[in-house]
Design a protein around this ligand. Structure first.
Ligand code: NDP
Ligand code: 8X3
Length: 251
């Protein structure tokens, strides 16, 4: 029986790369995302090699999440690894001029969506005495930057929720890892800048960002360590990214 990966946001970026990485190792895949045609395309790509179950799923819909997990086909029901990847940033405006509906969507997706999926999948892992929840956080959860306001705070939530999950799971055999990537070229910036591809391109211009495959490899690695090893967090930046000085306002 192959092992089972359940990944949210498998329609692009880290999620799609993670599905491909696990499939290349023989895992069967539950691939979810909102855009209906994309999980289907991924399934067509992977299904000749491994079983794939696709679900059109908006993680903000608590009822749909519970239903999707409760009605997984029998062969996919025993989820070994959950990758809570679905997420987004919207805008880079400073807080006084940020759009409230952007903040709502960030909170509903990055925080509440992740909670819904985790709550639905976790009891099965505990019952089977094993499993691994891999959350996709961000360096933005630890390091503030101008315009990061709600997005960074949502990833700080993911960081602390990951730690608190561990505190709730002693003796269960369930592992929890928070992956905290820095600059990575995916559709992330196109989404953040609401379809402005030029603006998104400038984020990565003249530098070498991380790739979705880099992150997928790290996710996979954390799940392949012996069962007694729990990687709590992995913070990863491209070599071309590092910290800068704090800002000081002068008269
Ligand atoms: P992408 O925009 O390429 O992928 C985001 C994925 O999330 C898509 O598959 C999208 O699918 C899915 N998604 C968004 N909203 C929802 C929703 N409501 N329900 C279900 N799925 C949803 O960006 P990345 O691959 O870069 O982002 C993946 C994760 O990595 C996010 O959590 C992001 O915050 C995080 N991250 C990204 C970094 C980067 O620089 N790229 C760095 C650090 C963290 P669909 O639209 O079809 O629903
Ligand atoms: C995405 C990385 O630095 O753009 O989480 O917030 S950053």
């Amino acid at each position: 029986m192959p092992k089972t990966l359940f990944v949210t946001g498998a329609t692009s970026g880290f999620g799609a790369a993670t599905a491909r990485r696990f499939a290349s190792a023989g895992w069967q895949i539950v691939a979810t995302g909102r855009r209906e045609e994309r999980p289907a395309a991924l399934a067509a790509e992977l299904a000749p090699a491994v079983p794939v179950h696709t679900i059109t799923l908006d993680v903000r819909d608590a009822g749909a999440v519970a239903h999707a997990v409760a009605t997984l086909p029998a062969a996919f029901r025993e989820v070994d690894v959950l990758v809570n990847n679905a997420g987004l940033a919207l805008g880079l405006e400073p807080a006084p001029s940020a759009h409230l509906d952007d903040w709502d969507r960030i909170v509903d997706t990055n925080i509440k969506g992740l909670l819904y999926v985790t709550r639905a999948v976790l009891p099965g892992m505990v019952e089977r005495h094993g499993g691994h929840v891999v959350n996709i956080g961000s360096i933005a959860g630890s390091w503030p930057y101008p315009g990061g306001n709600c997005y960074g705070a949502s990833k700080a939530f993911v960081q602390q929720f990951s730690r608190n999950l561990r505190a709730d799971l002693p003796g269960t055999g369930v592992r929890v890892t928070n992956i905290e990537p820095g600059l990575a070229e995916t559709e992330f910036s196109v989404v953040r800048f609401k379809g402005d591809a030029d603006k998104a391109g400038q984020v990565y211009a003249g530098t070498q960002p991380l790739t979705a495959e880099d992150i997928a490899e790290i996710v996979y690695w954390t799940t392949q360590l012996p069962a007694h090893v729990n990687i709590n967090a992995v913070e990863v930046m491209p070599t071309s990214q590092s910290w800068s000085a704090l800002t000081i306002t002068r008269k």
